[in-house]
Design a protein around this ligand. Structure first.
Ligand SMILES: NC(=O)c1ccc[n+]([C@@H]2O[C@H](COP(=O)([O-])OP(=O)(O)OC[C@H]3O[C@@H](n4cnc5c(N)ncnc54)[C@H](OP(=O)(O)O)[C@@H]3O)[C@@H](O)[C@H]2O)c1
Length: 318
């Protein structure tokens, strides 16, 4: 399955049809084991996964160091995409975003050191409300011309930002939440990406584990704090969706995770699911998701998990 490739954006680089999201190997979803994480990344490479997603703020540098260790001697087999801009305090709290031109250059310098590489394949950031997106993308474009970055991306931005950014330098991919119960991008962002030939790397394909019955209550697991869908008042109502998905998936001979991943894979060749697998077992399960499900199976999956049946917002509204 992972051998199946997709183009990241129209005429973009060719990468594996499923990417490995490394975030939870460093923090956010409870305890992760270093040795297990390294083995999972190695197994992903071995299986033909080429797309690896990280962020300089995932574990405040920890995630990039982990990825560098796992990719030692195999850098050329990996397409590394890195997010920057989110600011952290030593206590781990998020304290803003900085996407000023100087911040982009500074952040990249540190990422290259931590990753032990001379270039990042795709570099992306979110919207800094204090900086015109033209300035941010202008600086990132300069880094492309200097050979430190191959392609540019953005994450969690609106259509206006995409248009303005793309006018300064081609945007290859957007990283957005997309899955059975997170379909907001279908209204305007996804159509715009398709018009402009921008690819999508989708996170939250399993709704951060909500669709697979992962409860998010362990120590160091922020889901029950940050994400309303995991809040006590919503969780038990949302768990019904995981049960319904597991039931319809089993009638297709697959697991709930595979049904959710296959559904995203089926929404278009321009969408590449990022899966947050941190064990070899989860990875194998994800990579053996059917690329093609019948129209009847896809309808049954959608009917089991109607998008409007979910309780709670995706994020805390600040
Ligand atoms: N741009 C952004 O704003 C943003 C935000 C979030 C994430 N991301 C990226 O997207 C990646 C994916 O993270 P996500 O939050 O979207 O998580 P996800 O893939 O939607 O969900 C991960 C959760 O699903 C569970 N799960 C069950 N079966 C699985 C399987 N076969 N494979 C993988 N996970 C399985 C995991 O279990 P366990 O708990 O047992 O491991 C974990 O709890 C991240 O690593 C990160 O790179 C980006």
């Amino acid at each position: 399955m992972a051998f199946t490739k997709r183009s990241l954006g129209r005429n973009g680089p060719i990468v594996s049809a499923i990417g490995l999201g490394c975030m939870s190997m460093s923090e956010f979803y409870g305890h992760s084991d270093r040795g297990t994480s390294l083995r999972t990344i190695a197994a992903a490479l071995e299986a033909g996964v080429t797309l690896f997603d990280t962020g300089d703020f995932y574990g405040v540098g920890h995630n990039e160091l982990l990825l560098a260790e796992a990719l030692q001697g195999k850098r050329d087999k990996a397409f590394i995409q890195v997010k920057y801009g989110a600011l952290r305090s030593p206590d781990g709290s998020f304290i803003g975003i900085d996407a000023r031109p100087a911040a982009a250059k500074n952040a990249l310098s540190y990422s290259l050191q931590r990753l032990g590489t001379d270039h990042v394949d795709l570099y992306m950031t979110g919207r800094d409300p204090n900086v015109p997106i033209e300035d941010t993308i202008g600086a990132m474009g300069e880094l492309v011309r200097q050979g430190y970055i191959r392609y540019l991306g953005l994450t969690n931005v609106d259509t206006e930002t995409i248009k303005r950014a793309h006018a300064v330098h081609p945007i290859t991919a957007l990283q957005l939440e997309y899955g059975l119960i997170s379909r907001d991008i279908e209204h305007s962002v996804l159509p715009l990406c398709r018009e402009l030939g921008i690819g999508v790397t989708a996170y939250g394909v399993l709704s951060r584990g909500l669709l697979t019955g992962s409860k998010g209550n362990g120590s160091g697991d922020v889901r029950s704090t940050y994400y309303p869908r995991f809040h006590k008042e919503n969780l038990s109502r949302n768990e019904v969706l995981a049960v319904a998905l597991a039931r319809v998936a089993s009638s297709e001979g697959i697991t709930a995770a595979q049904a959710a991943i296959s559904w995203v894979l089926s929404q278009g060749e321009d969408i590449i699911p990022l899966v947050g697998a941190r064990t070899e077992e989860r990875l194998r399960e994800a990579l053996t998701s059917p690329v093609q499900l019948s129209a009847d199976a896809l309808s049954a999956i959608e009917a089991a998990v109607p998008q409007d049946a979910v309780h709670g917002e995706r994020f805390m509204v600040r």
